[in-house]
Design a binder for this molecule. Sequence first.
Ligand code: ADP
Length: 481
Amino acid sequence: MKKLFNSLRFRFTVCFLLIGILPVILLHVIVVNTYESSLINKRMIEIRQRCNMISASLGENQSIQKSLTKEMADVLNWYSDAYGGRLLVVDNQYKVVHDSFLADLGKTVVSDAVFSAFLGKEYQSFQSETKFLEYVIPVTYNGGTEKTVTSVLVFSSTTDWIQESLSRVKQAMSLIEVILFIVMSVVAIYISYLITRPVKAVAYEVEKLRAGHLDHDISNIRSYKEIDDIMEATSQVIDNYRMMEESQEQFVSNVSHELRTPMTSIRVLSDSLIGQKNVPEEMYQEFLSDISVEIDRESRIIEDLLSMSRLAHAEDSMNVSTVSINDMVLNILKTLKPIAEKRDIELVYESFRAVSADVDEIKLNQAFSNLIENAIKYDRDSGMVKVSLDADHEYFYFRVSDNGVGIPEEALPHIFDRFYRVDKARSRETGGTGLGLSITKQIILLHFGVIKAESKVDEGTTFTVRIPLKHVEETGGRKKS
Ligand code: ADP
């Protein structure tokens, strides 16, 4: 039931009905009131004319008793009958000298209307509650120079006949109103149906999506502008979702491939050992150390994957503290020095100022280590890797340059993609997983920083990182510190 009341169609129907019915009710009230007051006015005018005529006849004599002949009394009774009312004549002693109902004959009348009529004023009234109509006029004798009020004429009547005719009009109007109401209901329901039909169609299409048919195309659904906007936004959300799904599928297939490669090598190596008889010890040693290398590679891939997955939800688990970046870089260089020395690569560190920043030390250490390790890995033998650190009032800048193989221009946009390697064989040789730069970028983004790479083939590569000195979390477009 609540669902029905909340439905757009129901609300439209009610609105249309109200819009249609309110004027009809207003019209009903206006027509009934106008009709009633026009009937009463008409009757008042008639009564006044008759009463004036009677008053003129009664005023012919100075004495009212004299004027009230038997014929006159008949005329008065006839008038009161004809207008469905009662006629009283009250003499100047306030005594009723004529009553068409005979009931109050001889009684004294004390009323404001009669008093003021003796002073020459007419009085007329219609009581809307009792529907009672009254007209009081003086009977004036015009003898000589002086006018004297000899008596007062009081006419009173109910307006039953007006009410009867009014109720007939009301009945007729009610019938028309009921017919109008039925017609309007049908029209209102139909118009609401027409208006809400496109919305229903859209709801039907969206329901299909909800049921899991994400390949269902909703871009060609045309409705009202507002709904078109919603559909467009929904369509975009679905496209993004599909893309995400695709990239996830791609990722899973890449992961399987990457994990399978060392496994395949291990299998080949172990099978060839198993398949041979009297294998010399050196060969065992050689194959087993190759197997060990492959196991290392497998572990590195798994470690990188785990670290990527941890980073994907790391916004809330950033362990931020104020860290001396100079010390951090020096430590990394110290750790990597032996690898560089193996290939006679010179590590140069250039620090322009002491830099302290709010960072997650462990994560940033991993990112910077990746960059310096890559620079060593992809540098030429006896080359040079230059690391520099600088800062302004807002950011610090970390730069790693090498003069190694470089990265082709077309490959530069992809180096931060997961599992992307420019030279697969070389990366394999150096024990790369293809995930290092992707992890590095994720870490830099967690620090609200940016990373960019510039490179020239056979000349070298430079990675520049810019990170804010103060760690501020962005919440809904606003930053909070
Ligand atoms: P990998 O584990 O293969 O090094 P990365 O994600 O760290 O994976 O790097 C992706 C690819 O970018 C590498 O395979 C390499 O081809 C290229 N690359 C990264 N750093 C450098 C560099 N300093 N010089 C040249 N190529 C680089």
